[in-house]
Design a protein around this ligand. Structure first.
Ligand code: T4K
Length: 409
C-alpha cells in the first residue's frame, strides 16, 4: 500500500510508489475458496479433456451472455482463430489495426489475409465507412473488436456486411460481461471470441472461448479444439489440441459470482480517475455509456501533446520512473509491426494518431483510492511542469523533466 504524497514529493528523487503498480494485475476473489476448489479437482483425478469444471464454466458463461453455445479453449487468440476457421472464410478479412496484435495473428493463422481499416476517433472501434472503402471482391468477412469493452457500431457493421455478402465476427477479448443496447456482447455476428487471460476482467489464468448461437460454428470449434474428434471418437477433420484444463476452468468458476462486485469496484476507480484527470489540459479518459452493462476493466486515456505539453511516450516514461507501469496500448498499431510489413498502410490516419496518444493506466481492485489520486497527481504535475516549460513535443518536455523521471530543476 502506498503513502499518498504531495505531487511535488511524488516527483522527487525516489519513486512515488515503493512497488510497481501495473495494468492488468490478475484478480481472484477469495484465495482460500479457490485453493479448496483446486484441491477438489486434484483429488478427482480428472484434470482435462472436457471435465465437469469446463462443462460448468461453459454453461454458466453461455447463460450469463444469453447465448446458445460457449466453447472454451486454451486462450483468446486460438478462440478467434478457430472461430474464423469454423466460418469457412476465404481471401481477405477486414479488421482494425488499432488492436492487440493477436487479432491480426488469428486472421493470418487461419490462412486469411488481414486488411486493416481505420477506426473512429471517438469510439476507437472500426469505422463502418472505412470498412466499406477497403472491401474488394476477395473479402469474405469483417472482424470487429470491442475495444476497452465498448461495443462496435454493430448495426452499421452488420449493414456493410449484409450489403456486401460478408460474414461478421467479433473479437470480444475486452468485453466479458458488457452489453450493447441492452444485449450482451457475445451474441452479435456469427461468433464472438473472448480472452480469459490473467490480465482480463474475467480470467482462467490462460483461456478463452467462442460464444455463438450458430450450431455449426460451435460444433466445428469443439472438433477443432479436440483433435478433430467427432462423437464416434474418430478424427473427422484435422484438428489440434486447444482444450481448456480443469484447474483453469476452476479459477474461472471461482470468479463468476463476484463479477458484479468487481465491475462496481472498477467503476468507482474509473470515476476517481475521471475526477482526478478532469482538469488536466489535453488529458481525456475514454467515455463509457452509463446505460450499458460494463466491466470498466481498462482505464484508457488519450494524451493531446499540444494541449498537455508533453506527448504520450514522455508521460509513460515519467510514470515509469514513479513506478507506475502504464501501457501504451496499442503502439505500434498492427500494420506498422514487422510481421505485417506488406499490408496496406493507407487510410489509417486515426489509427496512427490514437496509437501515438493512447495509454492504459493501472486500475482494478489492487489500486486504492489513494493510489489513483497519486497517479493523477503525477500526471497533473508532469503536465503542469511541461506546460510551464513550454514544449508541446515529447522530446522537449523530456529534456525539461529529466529522463530519470524526477524533475530536473
Ligand atoms: N484480442 C484482443 C483485443 C486482446 O487484447 C487480446 C489479448 C487477445 C485478442 C488475445 O487473447 P489471449 O490469447 O491473450 O487470451 C497482455 C495480455 O497478455 C493479452 O492477453 C492482452 N490481450 C493484452 C492487451 O495485454 P502484453 O504483451 O501487454 O502482456 P504483459 O505480459 O506485458 O502484461 C501486461 C501487464 O499485466 C503488465 O503490466 C504486467 C501485468 N501482469 C501480467 C501477467 C500475465 C501481471 O501483473 N500479472 C500477470 O500474471 O499482453
Amino acid at each position: 500500500m502506498t503513502q499518498r504524497m504531495h505531487p511535488a514529493a511524488a516527483l522527487g528523487p525516489s519513486p512515488a510508489f515503493a512497488e510497481p503498480v501495473v495494468v492488468g494485475k490478475p484478480w481472484t476473489p477469495d484465495r482460500g475458496r479457490l485453493l479448496a476448489l483446486i484441491g477438489d479437482v486434484l483429488d478427482s483425478g480428472r484434470l482435462s479433456n472436457g471435465g465437469p469444471a469446463v462443462t460448468e464454466l461453459e454453461r454458466r458463461v453461455a447463460d450469463l451472455h444469453g447465448v446458445r453455445h460457449c466453447v472454451a479453449v486454451c486462450n483468446g487468440t486460438i478462440a478467434l482463430e478457430l472461430a474464423l476457421r469454423a466460418a469457412c472464410l476465404t481471401g481477405e478479412v477486414v479488421l482494425p489495426s488499432f488492436t492487440f496484435v493477436a487479432t491480426a495473428h488469428a486472421v493470418r493463422r487461419a490462412g486469411l489475409v488481414p486488411v486493416f481499416a481505420d477506426v473512429d476517433p471517438v469510439t476507437h472501434n472500426l469505422d463502418a465507412n472505412a470498412v466499406e472503402r477497403v472491401i474488394t471482391a476477395r473479402t469474405s468477412a469483417i472482424l470487429g473488436v470491442h475495444l476497452w469493452g465498448r461495443a462496435c457500431d454493430v448495426a452499421a457493421l452488420a449493414g456493410v456486411a449484409r450489403r456486401n455478402g460478408l460474414q461478421l465476427l467479433f473479437d470480444a477479448a475486452h468485453a466479458f460481461g458488457c452489453s450493447h443496447r441492452g444485449r450482451m456482447i457475445g451474441t452479435f455476428g456469427r461468433a464472438e471470441a473472448f480472452s480469459f487471460h490473467a490480465t482480463k476482467f474475467f480470467h482462467t489464468v490462460e483461456g478463452g472461448a467462442v460464444l455463438t448461437d450458430d450450431d455449426e460454428i460451435a460444433e466445428s470449434v469443439q472438433r477443432q479444439r479436440n483433435f478433430g474428434f467427432g462423437p464416434s471418437g474418430e478424427a473427422l477433420i484435422v484438428g489440434g489440441n486447444a482444450k481448456l484444463n480443469e484447474i483453469s476452468a476452476t479459477v474461472g468458476l471461482s470468479q463468476l459470482d463476484s463479477l458484479e462486485q468487481l465491475a462496481a469496484a472498477n467503476r468507482r476507480r474509473y470515476e476517481l480517475y475521471r475526477q482526478g484527470l478532469r482538469d488536466i489540459p489535453g488529458i481525456s479518459v475514454v467515455e463509457y455509456s452509463l446505460a450499458e452493462r460494463l466491466n470498466y476493466h481498462y482505464l484508457a486515456v488519450e494524451v493531446d501533446p499540444q494541449e498537455t505539453g508533453l506527448d504520450r511516450d514522455a508521460l509513460v516514461d515519467i510514470l515509469l520512473a514513479e513506478n507506475v507501469i502504464a501501457r501504451p496500448y496499442f503502439s505500434p498499431p498492427c500494420h506498422l509491426m514487422p510481421a505485417y510489413r506488406g499490408c496496406s498502410t493507407r487510410g489509417l490516419e486515426e489509427t496512427e494518431r490514437l496509437s501515438r496518444r493512447t495509454v492504459a493506466l493501472p486500475t482494478g481492485p489492487a489500486m486504492s483510492a489513494d493510489d489513483i489520486h497519486l497517479v493523477c497527481d503525477i500526471v497533473g504535475a508532469a503536465a503542469e511542469l511541461a506546460g510551464r516549460n513550454g514544449g508541446p513535443s515529447g522530446r522537449h518536455a523530456d529534456r525539461k523533466l529529466g529522463r530519470s523521471g524526477s524533475f530536473a530543476s
